[in-house]
Ligand binder design. Structure first.
Ligand code: GRF
Length: 208
């Protein structure tokens, strides 16, 4: 059983998609051990409680230094024997000590087709604003491993979504969640949990 920690900052619809996929048997060999948030008011924590998973608040604000927060986060993951860290709308930069200890064991969902509309400052609605400014006809979502860079790690899965002429950032965001994020994030977890994902020379290979 792959032991998951899901890190969240907001509403947690991606977390919900993971919980639903586990319940429906679409993700096998994985369990959510802990849901960790930096944000006390995150509705994702409420979703975790309703589901019966641990809802853990770990906020940088509660630590005297950033380093102390980084250490606390790493310890929380190690104490729980976490195998895979899932960033599902986590707005804190993952600290270097965690990245070093969890090489190719942290995944993130990003709401565009990387390498478009990603990198520092490109998160949340900004991603969709940029896509609409550029006038792309197709956007989508990407699940990737997390490395030291911002949205630079090996790509695991991507799914394209049509952009419509009169889209607003909010409308496009919702369509990308429904048609891509909530599908490929659970799918990537299932593939990893069943030993089907390999990383070689910074590229991901999926065994069929
Ligand atoms: C999603 O759009 C995800 O791609 C991005 O943050 C958002 C999180 O939404 N990284 P939710 O909290 O899962 O509803």
């Amino acid at each position: 059983m792959l032991r998951l920690a899901v890190l969240v900052s907001g509403g947690g619809t991606n977390l919900q998609a993971i919980m639903d996929a586990i319940d429906a048997g679409k993700i096998t060999n994985a369990q959510i051990v802990s849901v960790i948030s930096n944000n006390k008011g995150a509705y994702a924590l409420e979703r975790a409680r309703k589901y019966g998973a641990e809802a853990l608040l770990l906020s940088p604000k509660d630590y005297e230094t950033r380093e102390a927060f980084h250490e606390a986060l790493l310890q929380a993951l190690l104490e729980r024997d976490i195998d895979l860290v899932v960033l599902a709308g986590y707005l804190v930069v993952v600290p270097p000590n965690v990245i070093a200890s969890f090489e190719n064991r942290i995944i993130n969902i990003h709401p565009s087709l990387i390498p478009s509309f990603c990198g520092t400052g490109c998160y949340g609605l900004h991603v969709h604003e940029k896509a609409l400014e550029k006038g792309v006809k197709v956007s989508g979502a990407t699940v990737h491993f997390v490395d030291e860079g911002t949205d630079t790690g090996p790509i695991i899965l991507q799914k394209a979504v049509e952009v419509l002429q009169d889209d607003t950032p909010e409308v496009l965001q919702r369509r990308i969640m429904e048609q891509a994020e909530w599908i490929i994030l659970p799918k990537a977890i299932d593939l990893i949990a069943n030993g089907k994902v390999r990383v070689d020379k910074k590229k991901v290979w999926i065994d069929q």
